[in-house]
Design a protein around this ligand. Structure first.
Ligand code: MG
Length: 113
């Protein structure tokens, strides 16, 4: 995520004086609602997991999720690059390549090869 992108999202909020409404609870709710809208793109699609014909709607809803994530991080004083980096490091420990490569099991189910 570039700082320019983050600044653009925050400017959109600040130009409208909406920061006063952006508490962590309501932003968490908004992230979940937009994630549900992203999921709705696939509702009733049976086994159709190809997304090419849904890409415009996916772009829109994924952007909504990310925008709210940027606003949530700002409201909580968190650095998105830092928290994502930390999470990848944690996931590297939970899912070591030698155990998880080509394996979709949850980390608690991973076994030594
Ligand atoms: Mg939406």
């Amino acid at each position: 995520m570039t700082q320019d992108t983050i600044n653009e999202v925050l400017k959109f909020r600040d130009d409208r004086d909406w920061k006063q409404f952006h508490n962590p609870k309501d932003l968490a709710i908004s992230i979940s609602l937009e994630a549900a809208e992203l999921l709705e793109v696939f509702q009733w699609s049976a086994e159709d997991v190809v997304c090419e014909n849904k890409l415009n709607k996916i772009r829109e809803e994924l952007a909504d999720v990310v925008n709210y994530c940027i606003l949530m991080a700002d409201a909580c004083g968190l650095d998105l690059d830092e928290i994502v980096h930390e999470k990848v490091q944690l996931n590297n420990e939970k899912y070591p390549v030698e155990k998880a490569f080509g394996n979709k099991e949850k980390y608690t189910e991973l076994k030594d090869k």
